[in-house]
Design a protein around this ligand. Structure first.
Ligand SMILES: *Cc1c(COP(=O)(O)O)cnc(C)c1O
Length: 221
């Protein structure tokens, strides 16, 4: 497999101290092995079934992130396997992750996905709904799930100005929530934003994690 801009991207991330999530959705196991051989250990998948099918075929030191919409009834399968659920978009899902983390007897890390794009179709909390949840009584009852930060996807647009504005907004929300709800919680520190088309903009606005697929693996069919 051609590993695309993999090494260039890693070099670009270095001065920012940001982490690369190699998005391997739709790619065969052999492609993941190729990137593993280059030193990559962190991979993101967006479908539970696909992640669960690939995971046992690959080295055990790979860290998996769930980056796509997750249904509550699938949490029990994914929680034992993933290092981070990046796409938590409801209280119900958070409660189920908490329940499964309790069963596992260890924290399960997740990010709250925020809807920052102009497009309707994307998942995620609206900022105001997120504040309401964090203020609410149910959130305070959570015990074992660990909320480590925020994730967001910008609008798919050629307007860089708009993408700048959206990532800047997410960074501001991150700082606000951190101060208001997560002071004394040092693990609330991750801001996952930026994909192949816009990761450079995301880095300028403080992304700690970028999720890149096509720039490494080539275009998805
Ligand atoms: C597919 C996907 C990516 C990566 O997109 P590319 O444009 O291939 O880099 C990032 N984040 C999420 C949530 C995705 O589903």
């Amino acid at each position: 497999m051609d590993i695309g801009r993999y090494h260039e991207i890693r070099d670009e991330l270095k001065p920012y101290g940001a982490v690369l999530v190699a998005v391997s959705k739709t790619r065969p196991v052999a492609d993941i092995e190729s990137l593993y051989a280059e030193g990559q250990r962190l991979f993101g998948e967006n479908k539970v079934q696909e992640l669960l099918a690939k995971q046992p075929l690959l080295p055990p030191d790979i860290q998996w992130h769930q980056i796509g919409h997750l249904q509550s009834n699938k949490v029990k399968y994914i929680a034992p396997v993933v290092q981070l659920v990046e796409s938590v978009d409801s209280l119900k899902l958070l409660e189920e992750i908490d329940r499964q983390a309790g069963k596992l007897g260890r924290p399960v890390s997740c990010l709250l996905q925020v809807h920052i794009a102009a497009e309707e179709s994307k998942f995620g909390f609206e900022p105001e709904a997120l504040r309401q949840m964090l203020d609410g009584p149910q959130f305070r009852l959570l015990q074992t799930v660990q909320v480590c930060g925020l994730m967001g996807m910008a609008t798919n647009t050629s307007s860089e100005v708009q993408v700048h504005r959206e990532f800047e907004g997410l960074k501001n929300l991150f700082e606000e929530l951190k101060a208001r709800y997560f002071s004394g919680k040092p693990y609330f520190k991750e801001l996952s934003m930026g994909m192949s088309s816009d990761y450079r903009i995301a880095l300028k606005h403080g992304a700690t994690m970028v999720r890149i697929g096509s720039d490494i693996f080539g275009k998805r069919s």
